[in-house]
Design a protein around this ligand. Structure first.
Ligand SMILES: CC(C)(COP(=O)(O)OP(=O)(O)OC[C@H]1O[C@@H](n2cnc3c(N)ncnc32)[C@H](O)[C@@H]1OP(=O)(O)O)[C@@H](O)C(=O)NCCC(=O)NCCS
Length: 164
């Protein structure tokens, strides 16, 4: 399995339904536009038997780090860091849910972040989690920022230890 960049000419974006309207709409209306402006990149996992159908997707970009909302030890270590890699969205179509695709997509996204960090260094990978998905990310070692439960992070060093 591999992810490819969203291709509006090929992929059936309207068919995608993960159950969260905002995430469906982003894929349908904004993902391609944002990529063409070099603001974000959206990667999709295609259904191997119908490659126009999207099993799941994630969107990558960068985000400022709120140093004060990190545990003290990490604040000191990363006091000169300006930005973290953001996993802005991750979703699996309901038709393919609970088959391990969400986990596979998250690991794929982390590998891409790790690889990007080798050329443009950044110390943290940050996710904006929807309400029901916080424990999904916690399972994989993400921790909440101190000032909000919906925004979580994992250090690139920890990802490197697990996947590098
Ligand atoms: C969250 C989501 C990506 C999970 O995708 P999925 O393909 O069904 O998940 P997987 O089958 O890979 O599950 C992997 C593990 O995570 C767990 N898991 C799945 N969804 C979870 C959730 N919402 N909360 C906590 N754990 C979850 C599974 O039980 C599984 O654990 P196990 O290995 O111990 O059995 C998917 O349900 C989704 O797209 N939801 C709507 C959008 C959303 O909330 N996105 C995430 C935040 S932006």
């Amino acid at each position: 399995m591999i992810t490819v960049q969203l291709d509006k000419k090929k992929h059936n974006r309207k068919r995608f339904d993960c159950g969260v309207e905002a995430l469906n709409n982003y894929l349908c209306l904004l993902a391609n536009q944002q990529s063409s402006k070099d603001n974000t990149r959206t990667f999709v996992l295609e259904d191997e038997s119908h490659s126009e159908n999207i099993i799941g997707y994630y969107t990558l970009t960068m985000t400022p780090i709120d140093l004060e909302a990190l545990p003290t030890q990490l604040q000191k270590r990363h006091q000169n860091a300006k930005a973290g890699g953001l996993l802005a969205r991750l979703a699996v179509d309901k038709r393919y849910a609970k088959q391990g695709f969400g986990e596979w997509l998250l690991i794929d996204a982390l590998k891409k972040r790790l690889s990007a960090s080798e050329t443009v260094a950044f110390p943290l990978i940050i996710v904006d989690a929807k309400e029901g998905a916080i424990s999904f990310y916690e399972k994989f070692g993400f921790r909440a920022f101190l000032d909000t439960s919906n925004k979580l992070f994992i250090t690139v060093a920890d990802v490197r230890k697990s996947l590098g």
